[in-house]
Design a protein around this ligand. Structure first.
Ligand code: 15L
Length: 267
């Protein structure tokens, strides 16, 4: 991979990735709907509204691989999810295919499977159980990634990212935390491993309390270094300040599950 496009450059993950991916690939083009405040002179940046196919075609032109962190990263109104994550994701894969891009790494989310109970340990072959319109959009992204891989030969890796950050911030995140360095490892497998066709990985570090079987990522050489247990005391101290959430605490997606929840109304 010589030339890479990374979308979502101004977001939380993108901002961190701009530092961690520096120098890893000869040419990296960063993109977002707005210019990052801390863009440096050496960084190549193009503004793009993902909902506009003509703009997406401009940012994908000439690249070998794409890391798609762009889009709306939490639950939102349908119009927002539709434009940023559904139409935006379609545009990204369609433009990538037209431009002859070889690989796409798609930032999926744990919220594509958020309605699995915490008591379950799931792998990547389970049926999607989205916990929100946002989760539905991530399941859509995985499905359209599979279509472009199977029908058009694009090499696609979907990473169901747990919670990205320097440390797990509460009890739920002890199970789903991913360190920035471990996420970089997964992205690089998606961009570089010779045997990738269509794969789903969990974006999680080496967490003893994991709800996910990440053996598929390990099959491709993933060796997570982060261990959530090292931060158990601080995570549980933060959890003590959080009110109990009977629905959110039962399911993997947490508050994304309890938000708007009224499944009991039909008796
Ligand atoms: C996500 O997918 C979100 O982008 C992030 O903001 C967190 O909510 C994370 O999941 C999580 O589940 O903690």
């Amino acid at each position: 991979m010589e030339k890479i496009l990374v979308t979502g450059a101004a977001g939380g993950i993108g901002t961190r990735m701009r530092k961690l991916l520096k120098g890893v690939y000869p040419s990296i083009r960063w993109s977002d709907i707005k210019k990052p405040d801390d863009l440096t002179a050496g960084e190549t940046f193009m503004t793009c509204d993902l909902a506009n196919l003509a703009e997406v075609e401009k940012i994908v032109a000439g690249v070998d691989g794409i890391v798609h962190f762009g889009g709306y990263s939490i639950e939102g109104p349908w119009e927002t999810i539709l434009n940023s994550n559904i139409i935006g994701c379609y545009n990204l894969f369609e433009a990538a295919n037209r431009a002859g891009v070889k690989r796409v790494v798609f930032a999926s989310s744990n919220h594509a499977v958020g309605f699995y109970p915490r008591a379950d340990k799931i792998g990547v072959n389970v049926t999607v159980r989205p916990d929100s319109r946002y989760g539905v959009s991530k399941a859509f992204g995985e499905a359209i990634g599979a279509l472009y891989a199977d029908k058009h030969g694009l090499r696609v890796t979907c990473i169901r990212i747990g919670n990205f950050g320097d440390a797990p911030i509460d009890k739920r995140r002890l199970s789903i935390w991913v360190s920035p360095e471990d996420l970089v490892q997964l992205v690089r497998i998606g961009l570089e491993h010779a045997d990738i066709r269509f794969e789903i990985f969990y974006g999680a570090s080496d967490n003893a309390a994991a709800w996910w079987d990440n053996s598929n990522a390990k099959r491709f050489g993933y060796k997570p270094q982060g261990q959530a247990e090292k931060y158990r005391d601080s995570a549980m101290a933060a959890q003590a300040a959080v009110l109990p959430d009977p629905i959110g605490d039962r399911y993997q997606g947490g508050t994304f599950c309890s938000d708007e929840y009224d499944a009991d109304k039909r008796g």
